[in-house]
Design a protein around this ligand. Structure first.
Ligand SMILES: C[S@@+](CC[C@H](N)C(=O)[O-])C[C@H]1O[C@@H](n2cnc3c(N)ncnc32)[C@H](O)[C@@H]1O
Length: 222
């Protein structure tokens, strides 16, 4: 499917899929959305609730690598040890990820962002002492990990274009892959998605959303 570059409200780029009229991130700000949904309401939340500085994260849709880059930068600021797994069926080509302006916007060297993308798939890669990356190229429905992650960044395309990813079947896979007290965060606030999360066992909270969005969801494995 064709993907074109789009500048979002905070100046950071995202990718636009004309065929679906869908973006990889919020038009109101790709970095702003990721910082709010995944870093603040996901990473900081989980670490504040759990007396450890070691965390294992699963990202649903590695895509542009923005969430991985932001999480890496957080590991540098704190004494956190992060194991990060990004699942992605349709990786970006080099000509696509080279155009993203995240390193420039975040005032960090391009080296790390390129390392995240150039790391081999299906291998554990030591990006730094505090950040290990594993990228797995497969469909979300083929995830078979059980009791493995503390936190899931659920960053699939919206329910309008991929309703099959916001179902009890997919959320049951997510729930099983989490350890007890594990958390799933998503930018979405859709009622059907929320009910599917609840049906598989998540305790779901509705939280204030990122810029341009009233609400988002956070589920906790009870
Ligand atoms: C909304 S984008 C977000 C990507 C990423 N988190 C980012 O910040 O760029 C959703 C991602 O899920 C991937 N994807 C869509 N359907 C998938 C599926 N069934 N299995 C695995 N990956 C899928 C897409 O290729 C895309 O990279």
């Amino acid at each position: 499917m064709k993907r074109t570059l789009l500048k979002t409200g905070d100046g950071s780029y995202t990718l636009h899929i004309p065929e679906w009229d869908e973006q990889y991130h919020s038009k109101h700000g790709a970095i702003a959305e990721a910082l709010h949904v995944f870093i603040k309401e996901g990473l900081y939340h989980w670490l504040s609730e759990n007396a450890t500085s070691k965390i294992s994260i699963l990202e649903i849709g590695f895509g542009t690598g923005l969430n991985a880059l932001l999480t890496f930068l957080e590991s540098e600021k704190h004494s956190w040890s992060i194991e990060y797994t990004g699942v992605e069926a349709f990786p970006l080509g080099e000509e696509e990820y080279q155009k993203m302006n995240y390193s420039e916007m975040l005032k960090t060297s391009e080296e790390v962002f390129l390392k995240l993308h150039n790391s081999p798939w299906e291998e554990n890669v030591i990006v730094s002492q505090k950040f290990q990356l594993r990228k797995e190229q497969k469909l979300f429905s083929d995830i078979s990990a059980v009791n493995n992650y503390n936190l899931i960044y659920f960053d699939a395309f919206g329910i309008r274009v991929q309703p099959e990813l916001w179902t009890e079947d997919i959320f049951a896979i997510m729930y099983a892959s989490l350890k007890p007290k594990g958390v799933l965060v998503t930018y979405a606030a859709n009622g059907n998605a929320r009910r599917a999360m609840q049906a598989v066992g998540f305790r779901v909270e509705r939280l204030p959303g990122p810029p341009g969005k009233k609400e988002m969801l956070r589920g906790t494995k009870s």
